[in-house]
Design a protein around this ligand. Structure first.
Ligand code: PLP
Length: 626
């Protein structure tokens, strides 16, 4: 089944099984499989709470091996002389278990790590023990950062310190002399070729990082004077994350390859070219939007290898070893956020209110008339009149012509007409626009137990599209349209961007099953959330990290490798300088005052303190009362 376009973005890792639930199949249809709906229930049986972030390390293993295999194939097919070294930039997701898994799965393929700050360097040094794995040091650096990196070279790590700003070069050479350690240096070039997509500002003359052509030439001169030109081993560039088009990738490669060959002719015998990140993920399966890509991992690898080969051969320069810093493409697929729907704001009013009479205001009589006279022949006119009646109702209420009961009648009638009109329009030719508009007008709001700001911040911050769908009940065609609202008291706390699996168009609403409070739990999943979302997530309204689990698949069944409990309320409050003990003490004192003046019994005080303390120890999301 192809509901929600799952085969377009699921990459074979997600599919709909015969029970009508989403199955996770890291090795494709024929490999082991776990039913996400059953898993969600079984995790809750163990006391793990909704919303849950479920991570599948098996998918990471597949991604690491896929990218490596693509480069190995491209190298073999082109008889390219250099080797391939993948590097995972930990900024994309620094969770300890995840990075440990990457290092473990990456051993065979010599996967290295990239750090973009001093704290990230310290993480990388504690986790990285892969022989031949490269460590790339990017980001702003001070002497402490550089000396730590140089000393770590002595414990056998292939550490390359990349000069991101021209002032860093002298810091590196000074530290190297002070410690008598020969550094491995990289230059990050500022390319003029722009990427495309949401993160284009990473390249271009005004980009934050990198050296201009002038600074690179000066850097080479400087190293020559220090007799250290042989330390310059790598050329790096990065044109931005999630590059949707292969054309941008190729153009930037050509410019970078020219930098590489020119550095050789200036006497720098570089060994590596580090093409940065940029390899995108297909979040919507369209092949043309900002959230999609128009190339495969293999095409990416082929283009990197063949472009470098052509330009190096032209100038008689040896083929460089290729480093990639793809992070998104390695980890985006591996995690899914699961949450439940708590309630619904349902606007589908089938029944009209009691009919308006001759004594009622004209607007009420007009609405009554539209309701009764609507036919396929006059649907366009009725639609326009209905839309106008909405603003008219509001004006009349504001000017005191309609009272509150009359306004309520008009609103009920508006939705009754819209409901009737939608079913008429669906059966009438050439009414697609009316259908689309009424679907949006009548869509429900599903209130969901999660925070957009904590769990899918890019959906809010940069309008990124993530695949969202129910994880069960998919044998039944979902027939309602809804937007999803989160728990925060913020009108931006919602998801209103979905891909229509039939048309490939982006829409404001998601097709869902009917739901009302008291029904059996209805679970939705946001997929492909493994890159950037966890670390960029924030504590808006004090909703903290969700519970997270790592699930490994067995030939039959699964194991829960790790459970990482989400934040308690107490933990979240410490980030804003509240101490549990003082808070409890303060509330206790208030209860004592109320006991003294007779407003509160001792039993009520005990119950209040019990609830208060349990609240502080509890989850920040909504829980069932025990
Ligand atoms: N390398 C550098 C220098 C970056 O700034 C980034 C992130 O933008 C990456 C690698 C990761 O790139 P991607 O998100 O395409 O995997």
């Amino acid at each position: 089944s192809q509901l929600y376009g799952i085969n377009n973005w699921g990459n074979g890792y997600f599919r709909i099984n015969k029970d009508g639930n989403v199955a996770v199949t890291p090795k494709g249809e024929k490999g082991p499989s776990v039913d996400l709906y059953e898993l969600t229930q079984e995790l809750q049986d163990r006391g793990i709470r909704i919303p849950i972030m479920i991570r599948f390390p098996d998918i990471i293993r597949e991604r690491v091996h896929l990218l490596h295999a693509c480069f190995q194939k491209a190298i073999a097919d082109h008889s390219y002389k250099g080797s391939y070294r993948g590097v995972y930039p930990i900024k994309v997701n620094q969770q300890r278990h995840l990075v440990q898994e990457l290092v473990k799965f990456g051993k065979e393929v010599h996967l290295g790590l990239e750090c973009g700050s001093k704290p990230e360097l310290l993480v990388v040094l504690s986790l990285m023990n892969t022989p031949d794995g490269v460590i790339i040091c990017n980001g702003f650096k001070d002497a402490e950062y550089i000396e730590t990196a140089l000393l770590a070279k002595k414990i056998g790590r292939e550490i390359i310190i990349v000069v991101d700003r021209k002032d860093e070069l002298k810091l590196i050479t000074d530290a190297a002399k002070k410690l008598s350690i020969k550094p491995k240096i990289g230059f990050r070039a500022k390319l003029n070729t722009q990427g495309a997509g949401k993160w284009v500002d990473s390249a271009g003359a005004r980009s934050k990082f990198g050296l201009t052509a002038v600074e690179i030439v000066e850097g080479v001169e400087f190293l020559k004077k220090q007799d250290m030109l042989d330390c310059l081993e790598l050329l790096h560039y990065h044109i931005g994350s999630q590059v949707p088009s292969i054309q941008s990738i190729k153009s930037s490669l050509k410019e970078a390859a020219r930098f590489y060959t020119e550095l050789h002719s200036l006497g720098a015998k570089l060994k590596y070219i580090d093409v940065g990140g940029g390899l995108g993920v297909d979040y919507d399966g369209t092949g043309w939007s900002d959230s999609s890509i128009n190339y495969s991992e293999q095409e990416y690898a082929n283009d990197v290898v063949s472009t470098l080969q052509t330009l190096c051969d032209e100038k008689g320069v040896p083929h460089p070893n290729i480093v990639t810093e793809s992070g998104r493409a390695l980890v985006a697929h591996h995690s899914v956020l699961i949450f439940n729907v708590m309630g619904v704001n349902n606007l589908f009013k089938q029944d009209p209110p009691a009919p308006a009479t001759k004594q009622d205001p004209a607007i009420m009589q007009e609405l009554q008339y539209i309701y009764e006279k609507l036919t396929p022949e006059n649907i366009n006119e009725c639609f326009n009149d209905l839309m106008q009646s909405k603003s008219e109702t509001l004006n009349l209420f504001t000017y005191g012509v309609l009272n509150l009961t009359q306004r309520a009648w008009c609103e009920s009638m508006f939705f009754a007409i819209a409901t009737k009109m939608l079913s008429t329009a669906q059966k009438t030719p050439d009414c697609e626009d009316i259908v689309a508009s009424l679907r949006e007008t009548l869509c429900d709001t599903y209130f969901c137990n999660f925070s957009v700001f904590q769990s899918v911040p890019d959906s809010w911050a940069v309008g990124q599209l993530f695949p969202v769908m129910p994880i069960h009940n998919l044998k039944n065609e979902p027939c309602h349209e809804a937007t999803l609202a989160d728990l925060t008291c913020d009108s931006d706390g919602k998801i209103e961007k979905f891909i229509d699996s039939e048309s490939g168009e982006v829409k404001k609403t998601l097709r869902v099953h009917p739901f009302k409070e008291g029904d059996a739990p209805y679970y939705l999943g946001v997929f492909l959330t493994g890159a950037y979302q966890e670390i960029l997530g924030d504590l808006h309204n004090l909703f903290g990290d969700t519970d997270a689990v790592h699930i490994s698949l067995r030939d039959s069944g699964y194991t829960v490798d790790h459970y990482v409990p989400g934040d308690t309320v107490t933990e979240v409050l410490t980030y804003v300088q509240y101490g549990r003990a003082e808070m409890v003490d303060s509330v206790r004192q208030f209860t004592e005052e109320s006991i003294a003046n007779g407003n509160l019994t001792k039993q009520e005080a005990k119950a209040l303190i019990k609830h208060y303390e349990e609240g502080l120890s509890g989850y920040t999301y909504l829980e069932e009362m025990e």
